[in-house]
Design a protein around this ligand. Structure first.
Ligand code: 5GP
Length: 346
């Protein structure tokens, strides 16, 4: 046993200090970023926010809506081949910059991925997603995927430490998914005791990735728009959202009525609900590591998107960043003991 005593921080432990600025309006702020990815060499432009590959968030409907804002959707892995065919027939070529197909590392997953990629060669992004990105099997899967799909942008995770970010980048991934346990419907920390405070994970993993020319996506733990700004401020190239995009018309999942109010079901991809739905129940050697919750129905996602993009522009204005790219350089975090005033919160 060993104890690491260095300070590790989450979003709630810091605020961003305002700085003198020459910007006079939020409208002067550009949130677009341009990236050339490490292995695929693909050049991308867009707003680097991603909808999570959960079947109550990362749906085809969500992708179509978010792409209008150049925002990315990691499509969940449970659509059938026929559903993929219909989706691909319904979209334009430009939209292929704003979604990924997702896969696990099982043999059924990789066979399905191979068929999807063969039938739809215009797909540009692949998200290889496992709860625990520390296994040798996972690294080998990423290596194989790089050989099979040399020109595709490969996103892989999840991990939370620099040495594993480096290993996955060297194995062939372009973007590393960072986050273990911070998710809104995740119970990994409760069930296993494993995790890493998300802001420190971002800072350390971004440093490792940028040293090799790769990118990271901060995955999980954003509760309010200010957390998205903190993630970018800490060095995240992309920020992935689950709970903040749940409960909308485009989010998928059941709509439920409770006392005359509309709610939408939202659940973790390792929850009992998800396992019952997709793999016929929780296998007897494992425990569910996700929650099932009802989120109040929030209407069209468009309004939420306007809100968090406006908030992010405002952060940039406060610190004098005219481009999202400059936000990390302009960020000084201060450690705090309090966050927002909750007098009028429910
Ligand atoms: P959120 O934005 O809701 O805080 O976090 C979303 C992220 O939580 C997802 O992108 C994924 O990494 C993670 N996640 C989703 N479902 C589960 C689950 O059932 N268990 C765990 N441990 N994490 C999950």
């Amino acid at each position: 046993m060993r104890i690491e005593t260095g300070l590790k921080l989450g979003f709630k432990d810091v605020m961003i200090r305002p700085k003198r600025s020459t910007l006079s309006s939020r409208s002067q702020v550009t949130l677009d970023r341009n990236f050339t990815f490490l292995h695929s060499k693909y050049k991308w432009n867009g707003i680097p926010i991603m909808a999570a590959n959960m079947d109550t968030v990362g749906t085809f409907e969500m992708a179509k809506e978010l792409a209008k804002h150049k925002i990315f959707t990691a499509i969940h892995k449970h659509y059938s081949l026929q559903e993929w065919k219909e989706f691909m027939e319904s979209i334009s070529d430009e939209m292929t910059d704003y979604f990924s197909v997702s896969t696990g590392t099982g043999s059924a997953d990789s066979e399905k991925l191979a068929i999807i990629m063969k039938e739809h060669p215009q797909i540009k992004f692949i998200c290889i997603d496992v709860a625990n990105g520390y296994s040798e099997h996972f690294v080998n899967f990423v290596k194989k995927a790089r050989k099979l799909y040399p020109t595709k942008v490969i996103m892989a995770g999840n991990v939370v430490t620099g040495e594993m970010v480096e290993e996955l980048l060297l194995a062939g991934a372009d973007i590393i998914k960072v986050g273990i346990g911070p998710g809104s419907v995740c119970t990994t920390r409760v069930k296993t005791g494993v995790g890493y405070p998300q802001l420190s994970a971002i800072i350390e993993c971004a440093d490792a990735a940028h040293g090799l020319g790769g990118q990271i996506v901060s995955d999980g733990g954003c509760k309010i728009p200010g957390d998205i700004a903190k993630a970018f401020g800490g060095g995240a190239d992309f920020v992935m959202l689950g709970g903040m995009l749940a409960g909308h018309t485009e989010s998928g999942g059941k709509t439920i009525e409770i006392n005359g109010e509309k709610y939408k079901q939202f659940y973790g991809m390792s929850s009992e609900t998800a396992m019952n739905k997709h793999v016929g129940g929780v296998a007897d050697y494992r425990a569910s590591e996700g929650k099932t919750v009802e989120v109040r129905y929030r209407g069209a996602v468009e309004n939420t998107v306007q809100d968090f993009l406006g908030s992010l522009r405002s952060t940039c204005t406060y610190v004098g960043a005219s481009k999202l790219k400059e936000l990390t350089k302009r960020t000084t975090f201060i450690r705090v003991q309090e966050q927002h005033n909750e007098v009028f919160s429910k």
